[in-house]
Write a protein that binds this ligand. Sequence first.
Ligand code: NAP
Length: 248
Amino acid sequence: MKLLEGKTAIITGATRGIGKGIAQVFAQQGANIAFTYASSKAKAEELEKELSSLVKIKGYQSDAADFEATQKLVDEVVKEFGQIDIVVNNAGITRDNLILRMNKEDWDEVIRVNLDSVFNLTKAVTKPMMKQRKGSIINMSSVVGIKGNAGQANYAASKAGIVGFSKSIALELGSRNIRCNVVAPGFIETEMTEVLDEKTVQEWRDNIPLKRGGTPEDIANACLYLASDLSGYVTGHVLNVNGGMLTY
Ligand code: NAP
């Protein structure tokens, strides 16, 4: 029996990296998938092709930071798929700089794409999920949102904001059988990290207790647990998936 059979998931930012890994694992477990992306149309079509033999899947070009566009996205997904059982707020960006050099645009853009987006989609799915009297919302934070990181004050603030937001939603919507949890990945090796100098990356790996960077599949498997009924009594939780990089 597949863990997500009969469920529909919206995953933001699934054309690359972690989001793509989540779409692949969710599809293998039987979930129908609506996913979004910012501009990678060709990659979106590739993913649709890859997974369409397993489940119903559709990509939507939709800016997660845009409130109205997100409402429209949810209306379209409800019309097309009939229900929304799982939301993974995964889309995120970095605009790293030390505070002395960080400009207002880099601050605003990261907060808008990483944090406003989580508000936008959570708000838009609240009514349909309340009607269904069930739902699982999973928000992608980061180890950096919990411990901070020099050069990433904007990113860390957005990711810490996600934690407070998610805990509040868990408290507000628990009585409607809507759960809200956070996944906090450590260092995950994606296309993004492939461009980094190998020596630096090896040093990062050596400093992680499990002695390797994480994979998109590692994060996807944690999301699978939170999306499925296996975690039916888990809400307001922050799940660290970081190879032991941070324990608390
Ligand atoms: P990634 O490879 O850069 O992929 C980002 C995805 O988000 C892409 O599909 C991109 O679409 C989409 N996206 C970006 N801006 C968007 C917007 N405004 N609206 C809609 N979609 C948008 O990122 P990743 O490394 O997989 O990270 C995924 C999430 O995990 C992020 O929230 C990140 O902060 C978090 N995280 C990552 C790591 C890590 O080590 N990689 C660690 C901790 C947390 P396009 O392809 O169209 O640009």
